[in-house]
Design a protein around this ligand. Structure first.
Ligand code: ZN
Length: 243
């Protein structure tokens, strides 16, 4: 069984389609780590496309914000405007689909969450010390997270030391060797590692091999749709910088 591991599509249908085209034939099932909507111009298109695939999807903070489950006063003004637009734009059917998403999921050797094992909706694992604090909060060898929009692998080689972080080597197989790891595939729709290309991963469960991948997409087409919808300028320009 080969899994397409994706996260943080953020209503960017063009990037999502680019990933699906680039990965065609390489997977049998999809694990989506949440934030299907929020920020981008195509929330319904992304939900419709995803739910038609063989998939398991987790809830993210932006999905919850679009459902009114979070107080958006904690969001910055641009994110809040995008949340309110998303809320008004989502169809009732897609809102109900988002409402049913689980917060954590454990399948075989893998724990899936949007943000972190101890705070599945909120916590950003941006450094090894935070990753270290999270290893006691899941029982499987491996955990996939999204939320930071930055692809990375944290490895806990020694329970008495901090986890080590490693940036991905794209298109190279990374063998899961039993050492406990927290793996972030990166973001499809709004990368924040100064690389605007859409990020995703392929996991081969049978051989225990994971591969990070990157693919460019038509950023300008997405920016034009965001302009048409009068979305905040900062959200439009950040896409071309990967910030
Ligand atoms: Zn996100």
């Amino acid at each position: 069984m080969r899994i397409l591991v994706i996260s943080d599509i953020h209503a960017n249908y063009t990037a999502f389609e680019a990933v699906l085209a680039h990965s065609a034939g390489a997977w049998d099932f999809v694990w989506c780590l949440g934030d299907v909507v929020g920020y981008g111009p195509d929330p319904n298109e992304c939900v419709d496309r995803l739910k038609a695939l063989p998939q398991l999807c987790l809830a993210g903070n932006h999905d919850w914000a679009a459902l009114n489950r979070l107080d958006v006063r904690t969001f910055n003004p641009d994110a809040r405007r995008a949340v309110e637009w998303t809320r008004e734009t989502l169809t009732q059917e897609n809102t109900r689909w988002l409402e049913a998403l689980p917060v954590t999921f454990v399948i075989g050797e893998y724990t899936l969450v949007h943000a972190s094992p101890r705070e599945p909706i909120w916590e950003y694992i941006l450094e090894p010390s935070i990753a270290t604090l999270n290893f006691p909060h899941f029982e499987t060898p491996y955990c996939f997270v999204g939320h930071t929009h930055q692809p990375v692998i944290y490895t806990l080689a020694d329970e008495s030391a901090d986890a080590a972080s490693a940036l991905p080597h794209y298109d190279e197989p990374h063998t899961l060797n039993g050492q406990r790891q927290i793996i972030n595939p990166g973001s499809i729709g709004q990368p924040r590692d100064q690389n605007p290309d859409a990020a995703y991963g392929i996991l081969d469960i049978g051989s225990g091999v994971f591969e990070h991948r990157r693919i460019p997409y038509d950023v300008q087409a997405v920016q034009q749709r965001m302009l048409d919808f009068n979305m905040p300028e900062r959200l439009i320009t950040r896409l071309e910088h990967g910030l």
